[in-house]
Design a protein. Structure first.
Length: 210
């Protein structure tokens, strides 16, 4: 029996990795190679199986979270702190590689949900009027800034205040540089969407550290 296992079968290799097979091995060298090949050939079947059992899986996840409320507090914070740089780099790469997909998805979502924002703010006005007032003030200040804050022009090219790259009108945001939202022109600027995300994340980190 041992001699059969040690002997190699002539002209037979693993269908996944290409390694030579031994006596009792027929198609794959290990269980790992077998499972990888199975997944590649049965992706559609696995998707259908997940869609059919999605509600059951979500219910099990909710029950587990209710029974383990302190798990995320212990391990989630540690993981986020250890992987801050990796998450930032991954987010940048994902945004750059999926710009067209995000635009198409946003258009379709707005077409399918034209009255979503109106219904949301109606509920917010009834349930939490203080938060609704804060939102109205936030919108008024941004409307004032859009009218009064000029673009950074150079040879008829509108540039981002931070990265100094050329962008079109629609891609430059009117942003507050310190999150105090006062009507002071020096505290506002026209910046691109990526710089806007980075600036907001830096200001939030400073506020949380205090």
């Amino acid at each position: 029996m041992i001699e059969k296992i040690e002997q190699k079968v002539e002209n037979k290799k693993c269908l996944n990795c290409g390694k030579e097979l031994f006596g009792l091995q027929k198609k794959f060298c290990t269980k790992r190679c077998n499972s990888k090949k199975y997944r590649e050939n049965n992706l559609e079947y696995d998707k259908q199986r997940y869609e059919n059992n999605r509600e059951r899986i979500l219910e099990l996840n909710k029950k587990w979270r209710e029974n383990n409320p302190e798990y995320d507090k212990k391990y989630g914070k540690q993981w986020r702190e250890d992987n801050k740089e990796h998450r930032k780099e991954y987010d940048k790469q994902w945004r750059e590689s999926n710009k067209e997909y995000r635009k198409e998805y946003d258009k379709q979502w707005h077409k399918n949900n034209p009255n979503y924002s109106k219904e949301y703010y109606r509920k917010l006005k009834k349930e939490n009027p203080e938060k609704y007032k804060e939102y109205i003030e936030y919108v008024r200040i941004h409307n004032w800034a859009k009218k009064n804050i000029p673009y950074l022009d150079l040879d008829n090219k509108k540039l981002c205040l931070i990265c100094n790259e050329n962008f079109k009108n629609n891609t430059l945001d009117c942003a507050n540089l310190n999150h105090e939202y006062n009507k002071i022109p020096s505290e506002w600027g026209r910046i691109c969407r990526e710089c806007h995300y980075l600036l907001n994340s830096l200001i939030r980190e400073k506020k949380n550290s205090l």
